[in-house]
Design a protein around this ligand. Structure first.
Ligand SMILES: [Zn+2]
Length: 166
């Protein structure tokens, strides 16, 4: 039997809901790709800089002494008059991830969605049935690959086993 856990803590589920076909889904609740390091606001990328949700390019928490692009504070914008300090939100590139154990297929599939949220890269390890003509009882692994029909995202091989996405 599989035990579900997240970050080392068991996930409790009632026994009547539980069979060994289990799916753990991690969804990314973060909707913003950029956040300001100084004021913490969600930012959007504009042609002339990064704007907060009110549309302002000026950061209320701007501190010239914290601005890494400023060598000489005398020439820097005043406090609360400089621009936001945009930082990519970690994991914002992912829609979510899931682990699916399937006893009927004798398989475990891990999916990671980074493109169209309806799809995902899928990595599956399964066992060939013992009564199969060849390779009975062996494990086989399926992974995404460059040139795959209907890919989640296009892959470009860097070297064996390592791909650039898109
Ligand atoms: Zn800011």
């Amino acid at each position: 039997m599989f035990v579900l856990s997240a970050n080392g803590d068991m996930i409790s589920i009632s026994p009547e809901d539980f069979d060994d076909s289990s799916v753990i889904t991690l969804e990314n609740a973060e909707e913003t790709e950029w956040r300001c390091l100084a004021c913490g606001e969600s930012l959007t990328e504009e042609t002339d800089g990064y704007a907060d949700e009110s549309g302002s390019l000026i950061c209320d928490a701007y501190d010239p002494y914290d601005d890494p692009e400023i060598d000489d504070v005398d020439t820097a914008p005043d406090f609360r008059e400089g621009s936001h300090r945009a930082q990519r939100v970690p994991l914002a590139w992912a829609n979510g991830a899931a682990i699916h154990t399937n006893p009927d297929e004798d398989s475990i599939t891990v999916t990671v969605s980074v493109g169209d949220p309806r799809g995902a890269f899928a990595f599956t390890v399964r066992r060939i049935p013992d009564d199969a003509g060849t390779n009975g009882g062996r494990l086989i692994m399926h992974t995404p690959y460059p040139g795959e029909p209907m890919p989640h995202r296009d892959l470009i091989e860097d070297h064996t086993g390592t791909y650039w996405v898109g």
